[in-house]
Design a protein around this ligand. Structure first.
Ligand code: PAF
Length: 267
């Protein structure tokens, strides 16, 4: 696997791959790769001819006071994980490479960015959409892979791709969970032992909400039940519990760590 640090080199390398007739699969990440990321890379490797993983902790998607400066990093571990999962290229630009000056052009996706995460993190999805658009333009992938854990992000990216006619297929991949049901996230590393022990409440709440829906309860009832279960966990501070279409979504803080999770109503 080749490590690339500049936009010019990354673009040129993938131009050559496309010229040789190879379909590029892109897996955008912020690093500190876990089994959920590895699953994205494996799926990309199975469906594309060449896979590029990007690692960039994107300042544009963090608000003041969020965890930009403490976001976990482990480039050596990430290299091993990406390579073992089947990546050919790892793009790891510095912030000054991606944003050499002030950013005057951003992409904002109205509607899909509203509510849920967008309510708690108002500038977050414009930051995500802007960096993903940039990565799409630099890499020119045929397909791009995103985890369903960030369900709303996936909807934002899909909408951006449709609205701006990016010739890219966006592939959403299922959430990967630890044995106790906690969705894998790079941020789980922030949790204390007791917070980590409390975190499975999110999935329990989602499952209870899903069961309530399948027993004929209303989305509002299912959402209230999820909120009640999460609020009953002393270490969890509920942010939201909602049913949107056929998706149940929750977010809560465990100490200073904010976790999100979601589940389809039919699974
Ligand atoms: O999901 C993430 O890791 C990030 O939001 C992404 C899509 C890589 C954009 O920075």
């Amino acid at each position: 696997m080749e490590l690339i640090e500049t936009i010019a080199a990354f673009g040129k390398t993938l131009d050559a791959e496309r010229l040789a007739g190879r379909r590029v699969g892109l897996v955008p990440t912020m690093g500190y790769l876990h089994e959920g990321h590895a699953a994205l890379v494996r799926q990309a490797a199975a469906e594309c001819d060449v896979v590029a993983v990007t690692i960039f902790v994107n300042p544009l998607q963090f608000a003041a006071g969020e965890d930009l400066s403490s976001y976990p990093r482990d480039l050596d571990g990430d290299r091993r994980t990406a390579e073992a999962a089947g990546a050919e290229y790892l793009f790891v630009p510095e912030v000054t490479e991606m944003y050499p000056g002030e950013v005057h052009t951003t992409v904002s996706v109205a509607g899909e960015s509203d509510g849920l995460e967008g309510a708690s993190r108002p500038s977050h999805f414009a930051g995500v959409a802007t960096v993903v658009a940039k990565l799409f333009n630099i890499a020119g992938p045929s397909r791009a892979y995103f985890g369903e854990k960030d369900w709303q992000q996936l909807q934002v990216v899909r909408r951006m791709v449709d609205d701006l006619s990016f010739p890219i297929e966006v592939v959403g991949c299922p959430i990967v969970r630890d044995g106790d049901g906690v969705a894998l996230s790079s941020r789980n590393v922030y949790l204390s032992t007791t917070e980590r022990a409390a975190a499975p409440v999110l999935r329990r709440a989602l499952m209870a909400g899903r069961d309530a829906l399948s027993n004929g309860r209303s989305p509002a009832d299912a959402a209230a039940l999820m909120a009640e279960l999460i609020s009953a966990e002393p270490l969890a501070q509920l942010d939201y519990a909602e049913v949107v279409g056929d998706r149940l979504l929750v977010a809560a803080r465990f100490g200073t760590t904010r976790l999100i999770d979601n589940m389809g109503a039919d699974r």
